[in-house]
Design a protein around this ligand. Structure first.
Ligand code: FES
Ligand code: FES
Length: 198
């Protein structure tokens, strides 16, 4: 359906229904508008950030049906019918009702985020959300990735401020716990002084 204007005031917008972080949202956007712009600018999901706009840096990484995708390279029209997850929605994928309940209050950490915290792997808010989402997709896909596989997966999540060692440790701890069944199925509430790296 064509509407008059999108949030940028330009004519030629169309209405799209997206599923983002478990919820259905309606947006008006020109078909050529990127998913990144819609998530960040229209829906206020600040953890999805513009870095290069060319699919190189990883700051705009989101999960599309569980796979890590550069949102700057995806048109909003291509996102309809798919499940979009950003870092602030990751906790809802942890898998139990309590997790969803905590997440609904917007204050929860997925076990992978907890592992990043424990291992001192958190970098800045530009690079960390994408790293966590890319690592999540990898572990879901292969189970227990080798260090080399993690490095390969994160090659598109750039940070010149880290040697990545603690990040690899965090992913290995999370994947190992998942493999031996000790991964927490609940989501930790964040204290008032906690960080969610988003
Ligand atoms: S902004 Fe999308 S990969 Fe850099
Ligand atoms: S780019 Fe985020 S800490 Fe280096």
């Amino acid at each position: 359906m064509t509407t008059d204007r999108d949030v940028t005031g330009r004519e030629g917008a169309e209405a799209y229904t997206l599923r983002v972080n478990g919820r259905e949202v309606r947006v008006a956007a020109r078909p050529s508008r990127s998913l990144l712009d819609v998530l960040h600018d229209d829906l206020g999901l600040g953890e999805v950030r513009y870095g290069c706009g060319e699919g190189v840096c990883g700051t705009c990484t989101v999960l599309v049906d569980g796979e890590a995708v550069s949102a700057c390279l995806m048109f909003v029209a291509q996102a309809e019918g798919h499940e979009i997850t950003t870092l602030s929605g990751l906790a809802s994928l942890a898998g139990d009702a309590a997790a969803t309940e905590v997440h609904a209050r917007g204050r929860a950490l997925h076990p992978l985020q907890q592992s990043f915290l424990r291992n001192g792997a958190l970098q800045c808010g530009f690079c960390t959300p994408g790293m966590i989402l890319a690592a999540h997709a990898l572990v879901e896909r292969v189970g227990q990735p080798t260090r080399e596989e993690v490095a390969y997966e994160l090659v598109g999540n750039l940070c010149r401020c880290t040697g990545y060692a603690k990040i690899f440790d965090a992913v290995a701890e999370y994947a190992g716990a998942a493999a031996d069944g000790t991964r927490a199925r609940h989501v930790e509430p964040v204290s008032d002084h906690g960080s969610v790296a988003s």
